[in-house]
Design a protein around this ligand. Structure first.
Ligand code: ZN
Length: 455
């Protein structure tokens, strides 16, 4: 039986700009009709103020939400990404599938309340505490899928292939034992992941070599060929040490090395890609791949600043992700992406272009790139797309008296968090009055898990 929903939006951001009085017909979670300057049909659900296409979150490790704020002290050595990674390894040593589901659900609630309606979960914590696979090798991925089912977020699950400790197929460390698979077990993991998401509406499974450090170069074309239509994600060139190790072991910079060993095209999402040579940046922009930028995590970890200005000028595609989930919010990621460019270049409105403000351009670019990276028809209010909608709180002080680009710019730049009123995913309301419909239960379960883990 077809499920139908009529919506009437006071104002909406459509692919070609802002429109008023927008009526949407939705069937089985998909937008089937869009009419502008229309009167609300009888019985339609009305959304006041400005409604945006929900933003896809193209990169996250949801379990890391549980350790947010635990690694802000200085270690004995020079503090960096690598000491943070040690804290992360110790934390995840204690997690089981139920804990992972509880933490993931809490992170997803915060994502939905923060304007993210789709999630590409880069999932690498697979095995039991001793490093042996669970009876169901995809038990952890199944926990992530269950959290998506509970919260309603649209899921692209990316089971991660992790084999080695560093470039040149170095042996993995003890802290990495729960991530490790060979090609045979990885294939079973992908199949298990496909089963895990089968009952979720419009979910996808992609593939993900963790990084050039963690797989052999021959694994890259192999993994891309496993499922020829699905997204392929990889961490690359996040840290200068990774660039230095890559050059010293292989004689090539990371993105150069990646592109030499596999065809990088629209299926690919290169996470971070912070440290690029001019030639790498040009080649990546030309490839059609998406740069998966995680500005808040990259700032928190001291990674560096992506050169969005030159990459955009070369036609490069971007999307944003909440990665470590140290802080969760669509507005905050876009704001910091723009601000990092301004701080470096000492100029304003770098993402703006003639006639289009920075907030609007950022939102639309990140929707398009995020949708591509998730491998789903999301990120736009148009026929054929999922009905993933975020309506802004028209009575929020930052938005009062504003519409169209002033409203969106104010939501991104003039409010601490994106002022969200309601969120609909696949035609289903999941956030009302700024709060997720199951927020209290999910937060209470999360609280019990964290109290136990930190005790
Ligand atoms: Zn990551």
């Amino acid at each position: 039986m077809t499920t139908k929903l009529d919506l009437h939006l006071e104002e909406a951001l459509l692919p070609d700009g802002f429109a008023s009085g927008v009526s949407l017909g939705v069937e089985d979670g998909v937008i089937v009709s869009v009419a502008r300057d229309s009167v609300a049909p009888a019985g339609a659900m009305r959304l006041a103020g400005l409604t945006l296409p929900g933003l896809p979150n193209l990169h996250s490790h949801t379990f890391q939400r549980g350790m947010a704020g635990l690694s802000e002290r200085r270690g004995a050595s020079e503090d960096s990404f690598w000491t943070w990674r040690e804290v992360m390894y110790r934390f995840l040593d204690r997690l089981g599938p139920d804990d992972v589901q509880a933490i993931a659900a809490q992170a997803m609630v915060e994502m939905l309340e923060g304007g993210f309606t789709a999630l590409a979960e880069f999932h690498y914590l697979h095995h039991d505490k001793d490093g042996r696979p669970y009876g169901d090798i995809a038990a952890m991925g199944t926990a992530i899928a269950a959290a998506a089912g509970e919260t309603g977020i649209g899921l692209t699950l990316l089971p991660v292939l992790y084999r080695y400790g560093n470039f040149g197929s170095a042996a993995p460390a003890q802290g990495q034992r729960r991530f490790l698979n060979d090609r045979d077990s990885y294939l079973r993991l992908v199949e298990g992941s496909e089963k895990a998401v089968a009952s979720l509406p419009d979910a996808r499974v992609g593939v993900a070599p963790h990084s050039l450090r963690a797989v052999a170069l021959e694994d890259l074309p192999w993994i891309a060929s496993l499922r020829p239509q699905t997204p392929v994600h990889i961490h690359v060139a996040e840290q200068m040490r990774e660039v230095e190790d890559s050059i010293s072991v292989t004689g090539r910079r990371p993105v150069e090395l990646l592109m030499q060993n596999v065809t990088v095209d629209e299926r690919w999402c290169l996470i971070h890609a912070t440290h690029l040579s001019d030639a790498e940046r040009e080649a990546m922009a030309r490839s059609g791949a998406v740069a998966g930028l995680c500005p808040i995590t990259e700032a928190n970890l001291g990674d560096g600043i992506f050169d969005g200005v030159h990459y955009r000028a070369a036609g490069g595609r971007i999307g944003v992700g909440s990665d470590s989930n140290i802080e969760i919010g669509a507005g905050g990621e876009l704001r910091l992406l723009e601000y990092s460019q301004r701080l470096r270049d000492r100029r304003r409105a770098l993402w703006a272009e003639a006639g289009i403000s920075a907030g609007v351009r950022l939102w639309q670019d990140a929707c398009a790139g995020g949708a591509q990276a998730c491998g789903r028809a999301v990120g736009r209010i148009a026929p054929g797309a999922r009905a993933d909608l975020v309506s802004l709180a028209a009575d929020h002080p930052a938005l009062i008296g504003k519409s169209s680009d002033f409203a969106l710019d104010s939501a991104v730049f003039a409010a601490a968090a994106l002022p969200v009123e309601s969120v609909i995913v696949g035609g289903k309301p999941v956030v009302g009055g700024g709060r997720h419909i199951d927020r209290a239960r999910i937060a209470a379960r999360y609280g019990a898990v964290i109290r136990r883990l930190l005790a």
